[in-house]
Write a protein that binds this ligand. Structure first.
Ligand SMILES: Cc1cc2nc3c(=O)[nH]c(=O)nc-3n(C[C@H](O)[C@H](O)[C@H](O)COP(=O)(O)OP(=O)(O)OC[C@H]3O[C@@H](n4cnc5c(N)ncnc54)[C@H](O)[C@@H]3O)c2cc1C
Ligand code: SF4
Ligand code: SF4
Ligand code: SF4
Length: 398
């Protein structure tokens, strides 16, 4: 029989798993490639050639899932609830929206990290579980099992909030098709993801390095007022690190050295958005306005309302927020992933090849031998406040 199943190349597959979810005969499975990146694999002996896996693939037809125009409104946003804000990566917009949907009897879907550091999307029905899906996990989250669950909840008449990367949001839209009144989608501004396998091996490596088991990882800790500081919770205590100066995974993730190939060809890294609402970090907000009644010390989100439904969602929780309307271009200026996808670092191929041939230990020792100078420069840069850096730049350019 002619092969009508989905054929994938690493650069045009985000690993969303929608093809697996729609296959009527279970011929598609999600498997890991040599770097741990999840890819679909078709069992041709089972395939009946229906072509559903091809038509559901949103990565091939992004324009169908992007909004037709730019966001209706854009804001700087901070959740007034200190507890929710502390557990959030930036200004806690997701938690505010999630609480509103849960209080109206709805269900919320987001990424949760397991005890074994695997990351997958789960659905929750009560605020008691909200903590599990708060916070950014900078590794791929497995969505392939939640599509049907979202569909069932919507069919039962409940509201559903789904939050994820733009490619995951597009995949859900493609899977569900049009006409779901109760569905609200939040997509994130997205730098990209690396493989969950590399992340897990990093944890094992750090545990050996510090001589203590790792109990938890927070990519975005709120102990530090600014920047994207992470936190490694070891049995022997807490280690803090910034992505630019941390060892191995977080450093190479931030540098674009170990991202999924599709992230370097991402059609969703742009001004037009997939979700009803988009959230991200409001970087360098201090260069736009001094706090102006807004507490910016514990994280500020940029919040874009993309559709009338997004406005309806915002109206459900705006009371609990400090909101300040801003021009969308002010946000775009400060957030490269709204202007284009992350460029692959020139070391990417070398590092992945090193991993494939010699394992994660070789990546770690490459880091120790080759990145010391870069890390020292980045540490130094991190000490200089942004205002001073801008002033220095202006002076030098005069
Ligand atoms: C992989 C990734 C890359 C990102 N890159 C950027 C960037 O380049 N620039 C920028 O401004 N912001 C980026 N963000 C968004 C940022 O980290 C915050 O998530 C965002 O500012 C919202 O924060 P919050 O305080 O509202 O909510 P939070 O509670 O911090 O989290 C928001 C939502 O993110 C979801 N989420 C967490 N991890 C994953 C994952 N692995 N896959 C899918 N969904 C996930 C959670 O389920 C939750 O719904 C990224 C997020 C992720 C997950
Ligand atoms: S549907 Fe998703 S997992 Fe399947 S081929 Fe397309 S992008 Fe890849
Ligand atoms: S063509 Fe149909 S049967 Fe074959 S893998 Fe795709 S969805 Fe499954
Ligand atoms: S960069 Fe694009 S392809 Fe990669 S995770 Fe983000 S939305 Fe998906």
């Amino acid at each position: 029989m002619e092969n009508r199943s989905v054929t994938v190349r690493p650069d045009n597959c985000c690993g969303c798993g929608a093809c697996r979810a729609v296959c009527p005969v279970g011929a598609v499975s999600m498997t890991e490639d040599e770097y741990g990146f999840v890819m679909p694999k078709t069992d041709l002996a089972r395939c009946i050639g229906c072509g559903r896996c091809v038509s559901v693939c949103s990565f091939l037809t992004p324009e169908k899932y992007l909004s037709g125009s730019l966001p209706i409104k854009a804001y700087a946003a901070v959740n007034r609830d200190e507890k929710l804000l502390k557990r959030s990566s930036s200004g806690g917009v997701f938690a505010g929206a999630a609480r509103a949907v849960l209080n109206s009897g709805g269900a919320v879907y987001g990424a949760a990290m397991g005890k074994d550091f695997s990351v997958k999307h789960i659905g929750i029905d009560s605020e008691n579980s909200l903590r599990r899906i708060q916070g950014s996990k900078y590794t791929q989250s497995d969505t392939s099992e939640v599509f049907s669950s979202v569909k069932e909840k919507l069919a039962s008449g409940r509201r559903v909030l789904f939050s994820g990367t733009p490619c995951q949001a597009a995949a859900l839209k493609a899977y569900l098709g049009d006409g779901h009144e109760g569905l609200y989608i939040i997509d994130l501004v997205c730098h990209g993801v690396s493989s969950n396998r590399l992340f897990k091996e990093d944890i094992a490596c750090l545990s050996r390095r510090y001589g203590s088991p790792v109990r938890a990882v927070l990519f975005r800790s709120k102990r530090r007022p600014r920047g994207a500081w992470g936190e490694l919770v070891l049995e022997s205590g807490i280690k803090e690190y910034s992505p630019l100066t941390s060892p191995y995974y977080y450093y190479y993730y931030a540098a674009g050295s170990i991202l999924r190939d599709s992230c370097h060809h991402c059609p969703y890294a742009q001004r037009k958005r997939v979700g009803d609402m988009t959230v991200g970090d409001f970087w360098r907000i201090e260069t736009l306005f001094r706090s102006g009644g807004m507490n910016t010390g514990k994280g500020v989100s940029c919040l874009m309302v993309n559709t009338p439904k997004g406005m309806e969602l915002l109206d459900m929780f705006r009371e609990q927020f400090m909101l300040r309307e801003v021009g969308y271009e002010e946000i775009v200026k400060r957030n490269g992933n709204l202007r284009g996808h992350c460029k692959a670092d020139k070391k990417r191929d070398k590092l992945l090849e090193l991993y494939r041939r010699k394992g994660y230990g070789a990546v770690a020792s490459y880091y120790r031998t080759n990145e010391r100078k870069n890390v020292a420069i980045l540490k130094l840069r991190g000490i200089i406040p942004t205002r001073l850096k801008t002033a220095l730049k202006r002076k030098l350019l005069k």
